[in-house]
Each structure stands twice: as C-alpha cells, then as structure tokens.
Write a protein that binds this ligand. Structure first.
Ligand SMILES: CC(=O)N[C@H]1[C@@H](OP(=O)(O)OP(=O)(O)OC[C@H]2O[C@@H](n3ccc(=O)[nH]c3=O)[C@H](O)[C@@H]2O)O[C@H](CO)[C@@H](O)[C@@H]1O
Ligand SMILES: C=C(OP(=O)(O)O)C(=O)O
Length: 436
C-alpha cells in the first residue's frame, strides 16, 4: 500500500493540463473489439484502470501499439476468446469497473461475452441488471454463476434490434448495450439512455466506424444495425472530473490556477455548480482561470433557503464530483446540504474530515450538511486511508489546505484515475511525496 506525505498550507500557482477522461477512455477502448480494422486513439490517460483494461485487451489478442504519449493503435483481428474462460481473466476482469464493457462488443461480434463481477469503487451496491436486461432484449441467453460471481451471455445466431426502456440511465450499461446494438439486425431504440459526454463521444466514434446511431446527446437513441464496422481515429476529451478536482483544489488552497483546454462545451453544470459555492472562475478561450481568492461564500436559493448540491444523470451534476464539492465547502462561508443520491456509501469518508476539524453532520448515508469555516480555522493534518478514488482526491485536497503534514494511505485508489498526480502537483508548488 503506497502512501502520500503532504505538507499542507502552501499556496499553489501555475497551469495544469487535464488528462484524457478516464470514463470515456474505458468505453472507447472496449469499442476497438467491434472491428478487425485498426483503431487509433489519442489522449488516453496513463492511469491504473485504463492500463489494466489495455492489458485485458492484449490478453484477448488485441495488437496494441504505442505511438507516443497517450496515443495508441489497436487491432482486434485475431482474438483468443479462450482467455475469457481463464483464471487470469477472472482475476484481471474483476479488478476494475470498466471491464464490464467488453461484453457488449464481444457478444455483438462473436456471439458470446463473459465477465467476472467487475471491481471499481466500493461506494455502495453496483448492480449490472440494466446491462444484462438490455442484452436479453436483443436476443441473448443469460447465465449467472452465483458461486463465482461470473456473468455470461450467448447469442450464437446473432442479436436482433428491438425497443427498450432502460430501468435506469446507467452510464456503462448504455455504452454496453449501444456497442451490442450497432451490429444487431435491424433497428434498436434505447429510451432512458444515459447521455454523459463519455457516451456522446462513444457514439461519435462508432458512427465514424460506420455505425448508424441517431439521437446522440439525448436519452433516446435510435440505432440501425450494420453488418460490420471499420477502423477510425478518435481523440478522448479532457477529463471533466479531473477538471472539477483542480477547481476544488484551487479554491481550497486559495491559489491561482489555470486549467488549460478544458472543452467548455462539454462541462455541463460543473462550472456553474462551483460558482454557486462562491468560487470565481473565468473562461479564457478554452481555459478556466481561477484567481487567488481569500474566501468564497455559498449562495442561498432565491427564497433564502440553504443550497443543496445533488447528483443526477447527465445533464445533471455528476456524482463523481460531489465528494470534491463537499470538501471545498468545509472552508466556504455558509452552509450547504450535499445529497449523494446515486451511491450509498460514498459519503462515509467525511469522518476523516471531521477528524481534521471540519464541521459536517452526516445526516444519513446519502446526505451530509457542511458548515464552512470561512478560513477562520484551518483543517489539521492527520493520517488517513483513501477509501475510493474521489474520496481519495478530496482528502488530498483537504491535506494540501491543512496545517501540518498529513499522510494518505492506499493511494492506489487515487492512481486509478489521476495521472501522475504527485508530480503534477509538485510542478505547481505542492509539497507532496510518494512513499512506496
Ligand atoms: C467506469 C465508469 O464509467 N464509471 C462511472 C459510471 O459507473 P456505472 O456505469 O457503474 O454507474 P451507473 O450509471 O450504472 O449507476 C451508478 C449508480 O447510480 C444509480 N443510478 C443510476 C442512474 C439512475 O438514473 N439512477 C440511479 O439511481 C445506480 O443504481 C448506481 O448505483 O457512472 C457513474 C454514474 O455517473 C459514475 O459514478 C462512474 O464513475
Ligand atoms: C466511481 C468511479 O469510478 P468506477 O466506476 O471506475 O469505480 C469514479 O470514477 O468516480
């Protein structure tokens, strides 16, 4: 278990280039399985989860060539599907969430897709029903081995398009079903589809490979199946969750930071949500400039009642930034209710912040009230364990703003989604060391 040691209380200054989006990259990488032709992907982040998925693709027989930083080609022309039944796959496939999205493409192209229960953050129940209900509607046979937690779908005679109304707008579920439907016979209509920028990007990539998807960006996708797909070149968008994390970091350390090339049109409610916390952020071309601010005051609603920040499927506010919003609020002027509607165990990390002196009431597993210090009292350094990726980065932000030296253990959780975070933080003046 590696550890970060952080000397807090120092202002940071400089420019940050956001990495490519983790959750988009995981979808896009799975889509290379849909064609025997070569696919080039640029701006792939160098993070644990993505590298693990690339390893799984290689073990499946995909030819992977690195062209330069973040740029790869993938050729899935000669796959070894026996790997899907190996012990190695049971171990590798269960180590991240994104691996679930190999099932749709394999089912569509080869008539079978298997997966052990995927990993990812331990942030509450993470069911896969939406994925498999979708495959079943497309004509697949489903089986589940309860002892081994192993899921399987088979469609030896191919898939057939149909109408489906998803039980929830699942991000990876929609991606999986879309990747199956593009090669199904006839028309598939998916209503209550998730439409995060990750999915919009996936659909654009698939259309450039020859798929026929309409409704991209909405919750109603209409897909006309095609016989086969070809190669393409695709560039992954900047990571909106990383961008939000940098905004939170700048505010809480009262630092001037410029986040370069953020793709503003794909940030949805993220800038406005941070503005509601009183944080100034300016659009300069396609950059976000956050000036040094002595403090920030949380806005109330028009009727004077306390602000609630809650998550919702896109275009709502992403659940992956709520932990970061919460930590930022511990030093705001004013109070806020954080309502994490989607996940059941994502707010428990507030105990660590309370240890550091933050004023937080965990009302129930989904809701926490934060009463900001307005920088009248600093958080105190402490030793903590990173429970999940976003709690991890939130604790790191807290440690960078705190007085004294903090230790964060289990930083593999942070490395899952943040590229080279310690080096990039040091480049803007942070005092952070990685201890193996
Ligand atoms: C690899 C990847 O891409 N992971 C992301 C993906 O996970 P993932 O695709 O696993 O998450 P889902 O969208 O399936 O669902 C997330 C949670 O929200 C609940 N839910 C979802 C939709 C809905 O309309 N109502 C509802 O309550 C689900 O029951 C589940 O508990 O999307 C999540 C939700 O944005 C993000 O947190 C994850 O970072
Ligand atoms: C929950 C997350 O990731 P995953 O779905 O990969 O666990 C996240 O990125 O915040």
């Amino acid at each position: 278990m590696a550890t970060f040691q952080i000397e807090g209380g120092h202002k940071l200054k400089g420019e940050i280039n956001p990495q490519g989006a983790k959750n988009e990259a995981l979808q896009i990488l799975c889509a290379v399985l849909l064609t025997p032709e070569t696919v080039q992907i640029d701006n792939i982040p160098d993070i644990r989860d993505v590298n693990k998925l690339i390893q799984i693709l290689e073990n499946l027989g995909v030819k992977v060539k690195k062209l330069g930083k973040g740029s790869y080609t993938f050729t899935a022309d000669n796959l070894d599907l026996n790997y899907l039944e190996s012990d190695l796959f049971k171990q590798e496939g269960s180590s991240l969430r994104g691996s679930i999205m190999i099932v749709g493409p394999l089912l569509a192209r080869f008539g079978k897709g298997y997966i052990p229960r995927p990993g990812g953050d331990k942030i509450g129940r993470r069911r896969l029903d939406t994925h498999f209900e979708g495959f079943i509607k497309l004509g697949a046979d489903f089986r589940y081995n309860k002892e081994e937690h192993f899921y399987g779908v088979d469609a030896p005679n191919g898939l057939t398009g149909t109408y489906m109304l998803l039980d929830q707008a699942s991000v990876t579920g929609t991606a999986n079903i879309v990747m199956a439907a593009v090669l199904a016979k006839g028309k598939t209509t998916i209503y209550n589809a998730a439409c995060e920028p990750y999915l919009q990007q996936l659909c654009r990539m698939l259309n450039s490979m020859g798929a026929k998807i309409e409704g991209v960006g909405s919750n109603l996708l209409v897909i006309e199946g095609v016989e086969s797909l070809g190669g393409c070149t695709h560039r992954v968008l900047p990571d909106m969750i990383e961008i939000g994390s940098w905004i939170g970091l700048a505010a809480m350390t009262r630092s001037e930071i410029t986040i370069k090339n953020v793709s503003w049109e794909n940030l949805g409610l993220i800038p406005e949500t941070f503005r509601k916390l009183g944080i100034t952020l300016d659009r300069v071309g396609d950059d976000i400039h956050i000036p040094e601010q002595d403090g920030y005051e949380i806005q109330s609603y028009i009727d004077g009642s306390i602000l609630t920040v809650s998550d919702a499927p896109w275009p709502g506010f992403t659940p992956d930034l709520l932990s970061i919003v919460l930590v930022v609020c511990t030093q705001a002027k004013g109070s806020v209710l954080i309502h994490q509607k989607m996940f059941e165990s994502r707010l428990f990390f507030v105990d660590k912040l309370i240890d550091m002196g933050a004023k937080i009431i965990l009302c129930d597993p989904h809701r926490a009230t934060v009463i900001g210090h307005n920088f009248e009292s600093d958080l105190k350094a402490t030793t903590m364990v990173s429970p999940d990726i976003r709690a991890g980065i939130s604790l790191l932000i807290a440690a960078l703003s705190a007085t004294g030296t903090s230790t964060i253990q289990n930083i593999e959780q942070i490395d899952r989604g943040y590229e080279n975070i310690d080096e990039r933080l040091r480049a803007i003046g942070a005092r952070i060391e990685r201890i193996a």
